[in-house]
Structures are given as structure tokens and as C-alpha cells.
Ligand binder design. Structure first.
Ligand code: HEM
Length: 516
């Protein structure tokens, strides 16, 4: 019988596993001889009636689900976020309501371009996704370990990711595809991210020793209705540690799961990694005075003008009990957000609001939100118009009407929030707009500062950048190598010359190896 409220659950029907360890088939019927096959005599053909054999083979064929495209290879851990500083003047979300408040979290780290079984020391950005199970519902921060990104026209994303994957004919990773895309003049806006990727930050020594960044501008508001543009920085308390190119390549061969092992074993022995979370904030007025768009995620906000403000701590102290159930099936989406934290008009972020839940419906099925790791357990789900679909296992709202109307009482607590009177005002014709790289210098200003002002202060890093690009581009054809050098010369002539030297040395080395 329906209670008329919430979901009907029949206590006799649960998916709990059997405690007495009697082995059964999936229907709970005992199996006495799991390895016996039913056949005619001892050596004759098998019988169709052997339901156990058929089930075992058929279930095996259905074990794999599509891997993520991109970010297929990853590792995850649970933990908590704790508020250390009051930011209620910036954000009214319940998770920030008082100092000392803790929210349970799941973080998944990943590489981007490689397949699920690829080496986790590969040169690649690292994903840094955190799901916060808050009382206002699940909030996902789907970030990377770099503060900027390769593109700002979202339609380029599939093209760009394809260049990191395998050549359609040779099925090989292809340096020509990689550099052809990045050196095409209008795609050279990627240079800032490429500089970070080819510094030693492109090969972190562990997930514990790298930072996370929102990259995008978000819009946060307080309970009075005032709002700010915000960028989030998650800084490793373990400090930054990276591999050199040669160390990373060697480990990729010796132990392609080196980084996964490091995370699991450190948490297992009680050495829980932690990160300090900071925000940068900017008013709308300040954003108008920037030399670039606040919605351009190829740029960083100068720290002198927009200093970091501490918010809290992220601690990962609990390994998953089951990787497939809790990490492979985890579904992170920038559209999963809570009151007072919203997306800005950044076109890449706006496109991501669609892309992730769509990927989850494909990869995990329409009811992916019912998989325990994705359930908003601290808030709970109630919307009886959202129901049915494949693999519905949560009671499906029982006899609740499948529409919202007046006959029943429903609560809409968001209505109690003040309306933000002052907002961005958008105005203009609906036209196709292509945010191509400007022919001017603005997209090269921050990369040049990174090379001359930041890497110059980190011993050996300018040299390593040239080396890392050189050994990679040595695999491309001469025409594309020339384009690479021309692009880096726009950052710094000395850098381009050093890349040329490193590239030449790598080619000579490869030639002599080929003769062996
Ligand atoms: C138009 C741009 C983008 C599109 C269309 C896109 C799309 C996707 C898709 C489809 C996935 C796989 C999701 C899944 O199967 O669960 C993914 C994963 C991911 N993306 Fe993006 N992405 C974009 C840009 C970005 C940017 C700018 C960042 C970082 C600032 C980012 C960070 C991540 C991370 C961390 C994951 C892994 C999530 C996980 O751990 O499950 N992506 N992306």
C-alpha cells in the first residue's frame, strides 16, 4: 500500500547480498557445482538447459560499460571538506554556513587523452573532480590541475580531443595530429595551456602533489543577493612534486598504475592527503576593466589584483570499497550545483552544462542518479514527474501522481531566496560568433610571463620545457615542426631556439636507435 508520501519500498525486495556465503545464481537459487557443465554423458555435447553456464558466460560478456570519453583513466577516494574561514559575504551555500562544518566528498583524479588502461604518468592535464554531498543536493566541482584550458570555442572540443586520441588509420598516437591542431593560427590560443602541459607540471609525481583549479569563472552570490565572479584554487598541502619527462616515461613502462598505487597506499596507511581551498573574487565593474574577457578560460586572473582568499580544507582519507561501483560509476557534472553557486556565461562552461549529464545517460543509463555513489544522500531526491526508465530501482515514487499540480501539496523552498535584482544584462542579435584567436599579441602575454617570470625562478624549468616539447615534436613531420617553432617564437625566441636544439638531438637519438 502506498503511504501517499515519498517512495514506496517493499522491505522483502532488496538487493542486499546473502550473508551466509551460500553461492547462488542471480535468482538466489543455490549452486552446488559452479564448474560442472551439463552434458550428455561425460564427454558429449553440452545441454541448453545448463542455465548456470549460460548465465556465467552471458554476464561476463556484459561486464564492461563504455569508458569515459575523455578522462577514461582515473582513481578516486572519499573524504570531507571542512570550512576554515567565513565567506558568507560571498556565498550563501549551506556547505559554507559555519566554520568547522564538514561535508562528505568523493574526489576522482584522471588523465585525459589515454584509454582506461593507459599509463597514469603520461604527459596530460589531470582531472580533479570533487562531488560534495551537501544538504542542498550534490555539488560537483569538475576541475583540472591547470588554471587555464586549450580552447574557448566549445565546438572545438571534440576536434581537439580527437587529436589526442589515436589516428583513425594507424591506430597510433600521432604527433602530427597533435601539433597540427595546436599550431593552426586560430587555435594558438592554446599556447598558455600547452606551456603548462609541457613544463614538468604536465607529469605530476602523484595526485597528492598537484593543485586543482576551476579554470572557468563561476558566479557566486550571498544571501542578500550580491554576486561576484569567482575562481577556485585547490592547493596541495603536500607541496608540488613533478616527474621529469624521462622519469615519467620510464614509470609508464615499469608500472603504468604508479599514481593510482601511490594514492591508494598512502590513504591505506593513514597518510591522508589534503588540499587548502581558496577563491579569487571579482566584481562585475572590475571585470569590465580587464584586458581580456572574464569568460576566457585561457587566461588567469592576476593574483596581485585578485588575491587568494582561504575557504577550507579538502581531506581524502577513505579508499573506495569497490572501484567499479564507486569510481567507475561516479558521474560528475558541472551542472550539478547548489543554491548560490552558478555557472557564468563562459561558453565552454555553458556547453559543459549539457555534455556531462548527457554522457552519463549514455555511459550509465537514464537512472544513473540511482547508483548509490551518485545519490544525493544528504538532501534526498523528490520529483515524482521524473520516473520510470531502464533499471529503475528506487521504488519509482510508488503511487505518487506522475505530474505536479494542485491536488497534492508540494514545497518549493527556493522561492524563499531573495531575487538578485542586479544582474548581468545581455543584449545583442542572435548571430553565430566564432571566438577565434586574435591576430594581436594578447593571447601570448600570459604565456610569455609564465616563461620569463615564473619558470625562470624554478631551477631547470625553462630548460625542461624546451626539452619536453623538443622530444615530443621530434615525432612530427618537418613541416609541422617548423610551425611549432614559429608558434613558440611568439612566446620567446630563446625558447624556440632551445626547442629546435632539443628536437634535433631527439631525432638523431631516434635515428641511431632505429639502426640497431
Ligand atoms: C566544451 C568543453 C568540454 C566538454 C564538451 C567536455 C566533456 C567531457 C565529457 C563528455 C567527459 C566525460 C564525462 C563522463 O563520461 O562521466 C568529461 C570529463 C571530464 N572533464 Fe570535460 N569537457 C570539456 C571541458 C573541460 C574543462 C574546461 C575541464 C576543466 C576545467 C574539464 C574537466 C573534466 C574532468 C575533470 C573530467 C573527468 C570527470 C570524472 O572524473 O568523471 N572538461 N568532459
Amino acid at each position: 500500500m502506498s503511504s501517499g508520501k515519498g517512495k514506496d519500498t517493499d522491505k522483502t525486495n532488496t538487493y542486499e547480498v546473502r550473508k551466509d556465503r551460500v553461492v547462488t545464481n542471480v535468482q538466489g537459487n543455490p549452486i552446488n557445482e559452479p564448474f560442472a557443465t551439463q552434458r550428455i554423458g561425460k564427454h558429449g555435447p553440452l545441454l541448453m538447459q545448463d542455465a548456470n553456464l549460460i548465465e556465467v558466460l552471458a554476464r561476463f560478456n556484459r561486464e564492461r560499460i563504455p569508458e569515459r570519453n575523455p578522462h577514461a583513466h582515473g582513481s578516486g577516494a572519499f573524504g570531507y571538506f571542512e570550512v576554515t574561514d567565513d565567506i558568507t559575504d560571498i556565498c550563501g551555500s549551506a556547505m559554507f554556513s559555519e566554520i568547522g562544518k564538514r561535508t562528505r566528498c568523493l574526489t576522482r583524479f584522471s588523465t585525459v587523452g589515454g584509454e582506461k588502461g593507459s599509463a597514469d604518468t603520461a604527459r596530460d592535464p589531470r582531472g580533479f573532480s570533487t562531488k560534495f554531498y551537501t544538504e542542498e543536493g550534490n555539488l560537483d566541482w569538475v576541475y583540472n590541475n591547470t588554471p587555464v584550458f586549450f580552447i574557448r570555442d566549445p565546438a572545438k572540443f571534440p576536434h581537439f580531443i580527437h587529436t589526442q586520441k589515436r589516428n583513425p588509420q594507424t591506430n597510433l598516437k600521432d604527433a602530427n595530429m597533435f601539433w597540427d591542431f595546436l599550431t593552426t593560427p586560430e587555435n594558438q590560443v592554446a599556447i598558455h595551456q600547452v606551456m603548462i602541459l609541457f613544463s614538468d607540471r604536465g607529469t605530476p609525481a602523484s595526485y597528492r602533489t598537484m593543485n586543482g583549479y576551476s579554470g572557468h569563472t563561476y558566479k557566486w552570490s550571498n544571501k542578500k543577493g550580491d554576486w561576484h565572479y569567482v575562481q577556485v584554487h585547490i592547493k596541495s598541502d603536500q607541496g608540488i612534486e613533478n616527474f621529469t619527462n624521462e622519469e615519467a616515461v620510464k614509470l609508464a613502462g615499469e608500472n603504468p598504475d604508479f599514481v593510482q598505487k601511490d594514492l591508494f597506499e598512502n590513504i591505506e596507511k593513514g597518510n591522508a592527503p589534503s588540499w587548502t581551498v581558496y577563491i579569487q573574487t571579482m566584481t562585475e565593474e572590475e571585470s569590465k576593466k580587464l584586458p581580456f574577457s572574464v569568460f576566457d578560460l585561457t587566461k588567469v586572473w592576476p593574483h596581485k589584483q585578485f588575491p587568494l582568499r582561504r575557504v577550507g580544507k579538502l581531506v581524502l582519507n577513505e579508499n573506495p570499497k569497490n572501484f567499479f561501483a564507486q569510481v567507475e560509476q561516479a558521474a560528475f557534472a558541472p551542472s550539478n550545483t547548489v543554491p548560490y553557486q552558478e555557472a557564468s556565461a563562459d561558453p565552454v562552461l555553458q556547453s559543459r552544462l549539457f555534455a556531462y549529464s548527457d554522457a552519463h545517460r549514455y555511459r550509465l543509463g537514464a537512472n544513473f542518479n540511482q547508483i548509490p555513489v551518485n545519490c544525493p544522500f544528504a538532501s534526498k531526491f523528490f520529483n515524482p514527474a521524473i520516473r520510470d526508465g531502464p533499471m529503475n530501482v528506487d521504488g519509482n515514487f510508488g503511487s505518487e501522481p506522475n505530474y505536479l499540480a494542485q491536488d497534492k501539496t508540494y514545497q518549493y523552498i527556493q522561492q524563499a531566496r531573495p531575487i538578485q535584482q542586479h544582474q548581468e544584462v545581455w543584449n545583442g542579435p542572435a548571430t553565430p560568433f566564432h571566438w577565434a584567436t586574435s591576430p594581436g599579441d594578447i593571447d601570448f602575454v600570459q604565456p610569455r610571463m609564465l616563461y620569463r617570470n615564473v619558470l625562470s625562478k624554478q631551477p631547470g624549468q625553462q630548460k625542461n620545457l624546451a626539452h619536453n616539447v623538443g622530444v615530443h615534436v621530434a615525432n612530427a613531420c618537418p613541416e609541422i615542426q617548423k610551425r611549432v617553432l614559429k608558434m613558440f617564437a611568439k612566446v620567446d625566441q630563446e625558447l624556440a631556439s632551445n626547442i629546435a636544439k632539443e628536437c634535433k638531438a631527439a631525432m638523431i637519438h631516434a635515428e641511431s636507435r632505429a639502426k640497431l
